[in-house]
Design a protein around this ligand. Structure first.
Ligand SMILES: Nc1ncnc2c1ncn2[C@@H]1O[C@H](COP(=O)(O)OP(=O)(O)OP(=O)(O)O)[C@@H](O)[C@H]1O
Ligand SMILES: [Mg+2]
Length: 336
């Protein structure tokens, strides 16, 4: 029983990651709910897909619902469906996600955001497979395996009265906690390599030149608050911005917003500068300021390109000759 080919592979080789994979494979075939916990971008959704496709339900629907994306009442009609005339605008009867997942699995993302009323109904489905559509008193029977995910501490939520203890007990038959990337550093090189290679292929490069030692040290030293989603972006961006398929990638643009022209936090767009501005720079002469900024950008780009002027020019969106002219202007040309 193979997972569909379009499923992205789960990459990793750290002991912590392999343990998660092992637990996932063992829990998958069980007809029990599973709770997947982890920070944003750690791969919870991929784990949920793996749980479904390695289960006996793999050829039945895997339906997804994000409990944080909908307001309370809409979430209930989404989950449980409604009868015609159940509320204004409900012209026709509509099946909910539980009904659509019948025989398969329902991935309930951000489960902590389900309202108390929804939690109560979810509990009843998990325990007895019973539900009523909104606006109906007829009981329907469904056979759905619930896979829930969250990035909050659900036991603490339950202690605080924000999440039902009984539902938590039922959902937590097995709990898979995905460690953040900073807690499994061995995965950083393989993930960066995997995503970098894929980007090189997408760009039509004949081969992937890899990351330099220095770039890899930068990758390893970064805390990755956005976890795997972030390293995917960073690795792809590094390849694409490097734009030189022959030399190993030596610059990691972690922050795509980094720019001397980035607006200051809290500055309303289009509004006049606040009355109490930061202390005025020594010079307010526009040309002097732009000259200074240009010089710094040139120096940064040259440094990141290890003084390879063709690479630096490409990174700056300049032709080789344009770059040479500007370097000359700033007296940077003969420095190495
Ligand atoms: N181990 C992994 N190997 C390869 N790709 C991964 C891995 N883990 C996550 N990804 C990729 O990282 C991205 C984020 O993964 P996913 O959406 O599963 O995270 P999540 O934990 O559900 O995040 P969120 O909490 O923000 O919803 C996706 O593009 C996914 O394909
Ligand atoms: Mg997710």
């Amino acid at each position: 029983m193979d997972a569909p080919h379009d499923l992205p592979p789960l990459i990793g080789q750290s002991p912590a990651f392999l343990e998660v994979m092992e637990l996932t494979s063992r829990a998958a075939p069980l007809e029990r709910p599973v709770l997947v916990i982890g920070e944003r971008g750690t791969g919870k959704e991929l784990i949920a897909q793996r749980l479904h496709f390695l289960s006996g339900r793999w050829d039945k629907p895997l339906v997804k619902v994000n409990c944080a994306a909908l307001p309370e009442t809409l979430l209930e009609t989404e989950l449980f469906g409604h009868e015609a005339g159940a509320f204004t605008g409900a012209a026709r009867r509509r099946a909910g996600r539980f009904e659509r997942a019948d025989g398969g699995s329902l991935f309930m993302d951000e489960i902590a955001n389900a309202s108390p009323a929804a939690q109560e109904k979810i509990l009843r489905i998990v325990e007895y497979g019973e539900l009523e559509r909104v606006g109906s008193s007829a009981t329907l029977h469904v056979d759905v395996r619930v896979i829930a995910a969250t990035n909050v501490d659900l036991p603490a939520e339950a202690e605080a009265g924000a999440f039902r203890h009984d539902l938590l007990d039922r959902l937590s038959f097995e709990v898979i906690t995905v460690p953040p990337l900073r807690a499994r550093r061995e995965d950083i090189p393989v993930l960066a390599d995997h995503f970098g290679r894929a980007m090189a292929r997408e760009l039509g490069w004949p081969a992937f030149p890899g990351f330099s030692e220095r770039a890899m040290a930068d990758l390893l030293g970064y805390p990755w608050p956005g976890n795997v989603r972030e390293i995917k972006n960073v690795a792809e961006r590094a390849v694409y911005r490097w734009a030189d398929e022959e030399t190993s990638i030596d610059a990691i643009p972690f922050d795509p917003f980094a720019s001397p022209f980035r607006p200051a936090a809290g500055t309303p767009s289009g509004a006049a500068a606040p009355a109490k501005a930061a202390p005025a720079p020594a010079s307010l002469d526009l040309r002097t300021e732009l000259g200074r900024t240009e010089r710094r950008l040139l120096e940064d780009a040259l440094g990141a390109a290890r003084f390879n002027q063709r690479v630096a020019a490409r990174r700056l969106g300049l032709s080789y000759d344009q770059l040479r002219n500007r370097l000359r202007k700033h007296g940077l040309l003969e420095r190495r």
